[in-house]
Design a protein around this ligand. Structure first.
Ligand SMILES: [Zn+2]
Length: 479
């Protein structure tokens, strides 16, 4: 009898964890609201902001629709345009017009071998695949560290927010006016995108320093040449270790009279890096991704197998993930590495706190010309690994939130398919639908009738290579 069983023991661990998650979510929402309010206030301070742009930026922050209604429009300013209404009524997850390919028919096209739709998730079983699974699981932790409201608030105090918001406001207004003058429905980028652009500029030009070899401090102070060269990799001191250094590179001054040693600890702790303000692409991407999160954007930290890391920020305005490389001060230049630097890329894996995606196709527009080796595990296994990491990141989400993320994943997959298809059409691997069926023999009528009329496609073949078909030629002459 089931009624004799004791009542089920509540899962305390799960309960405690969900409570913690709810608390974190609550704090994060509070932060987002605070940021939105701060942006609104700063916007109001700047002279003559564009009404339509300002209200749309408020929408991005999830604040109420009427937030800008308290301020009457400037004299002579046109009333909110119908384009604004259109923008609002647009479904949130529709693909942006820039990523749509109208020349491709709605009936689908032959599959590309690397498309995820053709793969079956397969658990890793060989040592190389198991190792890759573990590496990716480890990398997946990086953006998790940004989900710390205390850290993000502290980080915000180190950013010249007023300057960045003012610059973003001006830039976004220019883009809006530019779009209107060109008769376009909406500007290329929204207000939040302009905040990221301004942050990027400040970060590269005024905040962080790129270090190839650390300068010799002694010679630098004495205003002498201060070049150093790497001697070896050494263990971190207890103090360096406490600040999050995983390893230390040791350099020696090239000046024979000096020969001073310089230590270059490689920190992964993002807060330590905020104080150090120097490093290579790893340090740059780590800190910059965190700062994008701090100003309220959804962010991804992207790992590339050819020794590079960078950032992706979700543009609510363009409704897609946008490539951002802090080292290169590059915004939305995904072809930079292949077509600019001339690299071949194997894997680009994007990690966020609530997801993971193989975004290689955004950076390798044509795998036949710019694809690097993808040999760390079979593609079916990679699919399993990413599904596994994603599921763990999402295990505590509400069904509604889960549904929203999965829909966004599908939209991104569609974006990648479009990229693939464009490259295949460009390479002549598939015929564009608009020309499909153009070079085929007549379909209607009996075979004999079509042949007599010379509409069965044979004549074309005959004209192309008459000597190879002497019998056809004779038949033609005999008629
Ligand atoms: Zn020196």
């Amino acid at each position: 009898m089931s009624s004799n069983n004791p009542p089920p023991i509540p899962d305390v661990t799960h309960w405690a964890r969900s409570l913690t998650d709810r608390y974190t979510e609550c704090i994060n929402n509070k932060r987002a609201e605070g940021l939105a309010a701060r942006t609104r206030n700063l916007s109001l301070e700047s002279p003559e902001p564009s009404i339509s742009e300002r209200s749309s930026s408020a929408d991005l922050k999830g604040s109420s629709k009427g937030s800008s209604s308290s301020r009457s429009p400037a004299r002579g300013h046109p009333p909110p345009s119908s384009s604004q209404t259109l923008r609002k009524s647009k479904p949130k997850y529709a693909l942006s017009s820039s990523s749509r390919t109208p020349e491709i028919g709605p009936d689908g096209l032959p599959g590309y071998s690397a498309s995820s739709s053709a793969k079956i998730p397969t658990p890793p079983s060989d040592p190389a695949s198991i190792k890759f699974h573990s590496v990716l699981r480890h990398l997946a932790m990086v953006p998790q560290k940004y989900e710390n409201p205390g850290l993000l608030d502290e980080a915000l105090t180190m950013i010249p927010l007023a300057r960045i918001y003012a610059e973003a406001e001006e830039e976004s207004q220019i883009m809006q006016v530019e779009a209107e003058s060109l008769g376009k429905e909406k500007a290329k980028w929204g207000h939040q995108d302009c905040i990221i652009m301004a942050l990027l500029k400040w970060f590269k030009r005024d905040f962080f320093t790129f270090v190839s070899n650390p300068p010799c401090q002694v010679c630098y102070a004495a205003r002498r040449p201060y070049d150093t060269k790497m001697v070896e990799s050494v263990s971190p001191t207890p103090e360096e270790k406490a600040r999050g250094a995983s390893r230390v590179e040791l350099y020696q001054c090239l000046n024979p009279q000096c020969r001073n040693y310089e230590r270059f600890p490689r920190y992964s702790d993002v807060w330590t890096l905020m104080q150090e303000r120097r490093g290579r692409c790893g340090e740059w991407a780590n800190v910059f991704s965190m700062l994008c999160r701090a100003v309220g954007s959804r962010v991804r930290w992207v790992w590339n197998s050819e020794d590079h890391v960078f950032t992706e920020v979700f543009s609510e305005h363009a409704n897609r993930w946008v490539h951002v490389d802090a080292c290169e001060e590059a915004f939305d230049k995904p072809r930079l590495y292949t077509e600019g630097w001339g690299k071949k890329l194997g894997y680009c894996i994007a990690f966020s706190h609530d997801g993971v995606a193989d975004v290689t196709r955004r950076y390798v527009r044509n795998p036949r010309t710019h694809g690097g080796p993808r040999t760390k595990c079979p593609e079916d296994v990679l699919l399993y690994i990413l599904n596994d990491i994603r599921a763990k990141k999402r295990e505590n989400l509400s069904p509604a939130e889960l549904k929203r993320l999965e829909k966004a994943d599908r939209e991104e997959e569609k974006e990648f398919r479009n990229i693939e298809l464009k490259a295949m059409i460009a390479d002549g691997l598939i015929e564009p639908r608009s020309r499909d069926g153009e070079k085929r023999p007549r379909q209607s009528g009996t075979t004999d009738w079509k042949r007599r009329r010379g509409e069965d496609g044979q004549r074309q073949e005959q004209q192309a290579s008459p000597l190879e078909h002497p019998d056809h030629r004779m038949e033609q002459h005999g008629r």
